[in-house]
Design a binder for this molecule. Structure first.
Ligand code: ATP
Ligand code: MG
Length: 420
């Protein structure tokens, strides 16, 4: 991609109406566009990050047998009445709207009801189970506060999976497999070492805990207590002596931290399947309840978390697994020689399958190009200039390092290939 053709431009000034670092950096860099509080559009650079996050999640959900679907945003009232989640007194962050005939419809904020309802059309026998179904799409929640940029949106992207099993034992096996898949997702996103599986409240209809995945960050809304040795945490909302004893955690070993919930998995028992009348018949012809679980990951929130964590005073520092491009190639000066060399290098890199953002703009100072490279945060910056050519090649520098070095094209290809 040539930067001269990218319709977005970086901004020098921080947006006046944003207090969160993720929104500030992402808006300055042209990754996202703010429509209104809590509602953001994703622009070319931002969409590339989102798509990479989605690919990682998709691969890991497919690896544990997830089947992808795409449910609807508009929701009929009746299925939500069956589970008693339609009334605004029960669920207070619904967006609702009306059809021309006056009938009320909901705007999807989660999808247990429609998934279970659809499943009922296909599953009736023990032979049809277990199954796991997931989707990645936008959710809508009328959040009271939306001041944390894309960490808390009123419209946001979520991956939500739902598992359906014949027995509690079968359910638990799937639940654990998905929990492990979550660890792999966060590891691949570069936040595995600061993301903890965290015991949390299981909701109103189960005595079990749910498992949140919490990433340590000073801007987090949640307080958790981490046991570093066991690599596990407990949310403040259930932090009682009784619960700690139940979980086998030693209070003296727990360290208090602020964290952001990047995912959440729940045992649902048979609450939704029973309420919507979806059962299966076992080997003996007996009608049985279906045990389910639900598994969410905040896709856009996770991008915000990455922006919060992987950044410095000058801008973003994307991990290689989600960076919009691996290399930011800069040509300095408007002379013919470096221009030609950079054009050739760009073509060569692209041919080798390396994703390159090429700052080919003319009439832009070196200082401005360097500042943009820091702000946009590609893992590698490669500079072609009269001086680099005189020194024998191109200057390559990692975004996370202070100093670059001169390499030949072969050395550069090796370096990038080894890394990509
Ligand atoms: P929170 O406790 O942060 O309000 P939640 O418990 O209501 O979130 P879930 O319904 O479990 O969230 O949704 C699954 C995941 O979706 C969450 O773990 C979080 O990462 C993400 N998420 C939830 N609400 C939002 C939001 N308003 N904006 C962005 N991401 C969100
Ligand atoms: Mg939650």
């Amino acid at each position: 991609m040539k930067q001269s053709q990218l319709f977005t431009k970086t901004k020098k000034e921080s947006p006046a109406d944003e207090i969160s670092k993720n929104a500030e950096l992402l808006i300055k860099g042209g990754f996202i566009h703010k429509e209104m509080a809590g509602v953001y559009a994703f622009l070319p650079l931002g969409l590339r990050v989102i798509e990479k996050i989605k690919t990682i999640i998709r691969e890991e959900m497919n690896a544990v047998g997830g089947q992808e679907v795409y449910m609807t945003t508009l929701q009929p009232r009746d299925i939500w009445e069956k589970t008693d989640r339609w009334d605004d007194k029960k669920v207070d962050n619904w967006f609702k709207t009306k059809l021309k005939n006056g009938e009320e419809v909901g705007v999807g904020l989660t999808h247990e009801e429609p998934i279970v309802d659809a499943l009922g059309g296909y599953v009736s026998s023990y032979r049809d189970l277990p199954v796991s179904i997931y989707q990645i799409q936008n959710k809508f929640r009328n959040e009271l506060r939306a001041k944390s940029g894309i960490l808390r949106g009123r419209e946001f992207m979520m991956k939500d999976m739902y598992s359906f099993a014949r027995t509690e034992e079968e359910h638990l096996k799937i639940y654990e497999e998905v929990a492990q898949a979550y660890h792999r997702v966060y590891r691949r996103l570069g936040i595995g070492h600061i993301t903890y599986r965290t015991y949390a409240d299981g909701g109103i209809f189960t005595k079990k805990f749910s498992d949140e995945f919490q990433t340590i960050s000073g801007v987090g809304e949640d307080t958790i207590y981490v046991d570093e040795e066991k690599n596990i945490a407990v949310n403040k909302e259930i932090y009682t002596d009784e619960n700690l004893a139940k979980l086998g955690l030693d209070k003296a070993k727990l360290v208090e931290k602020r964290a952001i919930e990047v995912g959440n998995i729940f045992p649902l028992e048979s609450k939704y399947t029973d309420a919507l009348g979806v059962y299966y018949t076992d080997e003996h012809g007996e009608k049985k309840s279906i045990i389910s679980g639900c598994y969410g990951i905040g896709v856009s929130r996770t991008m915000g978390v990455l922006a919060e964590i992987f950044s410095d005073d000058n801008g973003l520092m994307w991990p290689e697994s989600v960076a919009p491009f691996h290399v930011h190639l800069l040509v300095l000066g408007d002379k013919e020689e470096p221009q030609k060399a950079a054009d050739k290098l760009y073509a060569d890199l692209v041919k080798k399958g390396i994703e390159v953002l090429f700052d080919d703009r003319t009439g832009v100072s070196a200082g401005e190009k360097f500042a943009d490279a820091d702000l946009l945060g590609m893992p590698y910056r490669v500079v072609v200039s009269e001086r680099s050519l005189k020194d024998g090649g191109y200057e390559v520098k990692k975004r996370t390092e202070e100093k670059g070095k001169i390499v030949t094209e072969d050395e550069l290809l090796k370096l990038l290939k080894a890394k990509s």
